[in-house]
Design a binder for this molecule. Sequence first.
Ligand SMILES: [Zn+2]
Length: 532
Amino acid sequence: MKKNILASALFCLVILVVHAQQHLTSGGKLKPEQAIMDIRHYTIALDVNFDEKSIDGYTTIDVIMAQPTHVLLFDLLDSLDVRQVLVNNKKEPFEHKNDMIRISLADELPAGRAVVKVVYGGKPHVAVRPPWDDGFIWSRDSTGHPWMAITAEGTGGKLYFPCKDHPSDEPNEGVDMIITVPKDLVVAGPGLLQNVTKHGDKATYHWKTNYTINNYSIIFNVGDYKVVSRDYTTVDGHHVPMQFYVLKEHADKAEHFLDMLVKVTHEKEKYFGEYPWAKEKIGMVETPHLGMEHQTMVAYGNKFRYTKVGGEDYDWLMHHEFGHEWWGNKVTAKDWADYWIHEGINTFADVLYYREFGGERAYIDQFKSFAPRIGNKVPVIIGKDIDEEAAYTDDIYAKGAFFMHTIRYVMGDSLFFPALKKFVTSPQYTYDNLVNTDDVEQFFSKEAGQDLKPLFDLYLYTVNKLDVYVKQLPGDQYLIQLQNMSIPLPLDISSDAGTKRLVVNAKGITIKSKTLPVIDPDMYYLKKITIE
Ligand SMILES: [Zn+2]
């Protein structure tokens, strides 16, 4: 059981290391030329050549300009060659360097809608150790068939298509993905498959999503796949196709895998409401890399290595990546600085599975195993306008999750769980409406009916722990006091009279006990105890 969470911690650690090596990142301070541009839709049409490890085609970008301009700026890695740029069907001069395409328009482009077409191709960046670094993965399955995948969480979409590579701007009207491959291979993409056209020795797959989507989820996979599917009925009664693009050689494992996914989806819907993309599909695809939360086609590469929770098969990777459909894809941070909202809340959600099928004790034991691994070297949030590489620390997972564990304890289940579901089902905080930490804090403070900001500030903006002072007084009495918290907090205190949940504040409380009181024995807080 513990190994799972350790595995995901190791998983994050390696991501950190490789990210640092590559310096390929996204987000950060928004460039003024891009700040006036609202991305509405991408059409990505590419022919994939496995022998050459190359792609060739075009991307069309639908934008709305907030004001007139003579310059358009898009992100695309220099590893690809731009051949032509058209703005509203008119050829325009451009320069492609430093991973940016700068289009200098002869005539001023008015405010309003515009369509930019970029014709390009070449050899996209190849990942070194996916998914711990980003790039194309040109692999083969054990039968020798090409097996290709892409990861782009750190680098962003600019890895292989021209875009505005910033978490604050998603294509709100969706994406069309038109991918051509050798005819015996299958393309797995986001949204719903519109059609497959066979022509000569090639096949073209047209995938389409109408939902807003993170740039790094605009991904396709190619392989010798079998599609194993079933109908899933959501908690709100909608019928949604559940599809697993599994390698033909593993097709015998697919039905059990989908049984597990149905169980996980029910569990997620119980806590977070209906599956977010119910108009399209629940999708998972087998990949040569470990995994990633690609919207409606989640990448799964854990090789069916299951463990047991509550006596039944459990896959930590499936559960974690699929959980991002709610936390990361439906609720999305507009600044990587607030990345903990994706990874911290989603890792907390991982532990809820233990609560659900292993019991409360299993849940508590998970968080007890988290605490020693929280590095606490840098705050979870290190500023504003932070790029992905800088924001990505392993504490956004473990400490972010532990923070939600503390908030649960402070609010109490009768307030906390309805609030958590209310947040992830509120139009104000989901889909097109991106969020930041202030949104989360203000919402939970309101739902809690108390100001939680001091707790948010302590856990997320500092490396300090809750400081609890215990002083022995005459007559078998003890003073218990909070040293660095301006709001009163509940605290489990074990004394010779048993364990009680008492409210402690900066002024302190006095309790009678013949033995030294034990503070917070079940570890609901990241704390430092000072005993005098
Ligand atoms: Zn994650």
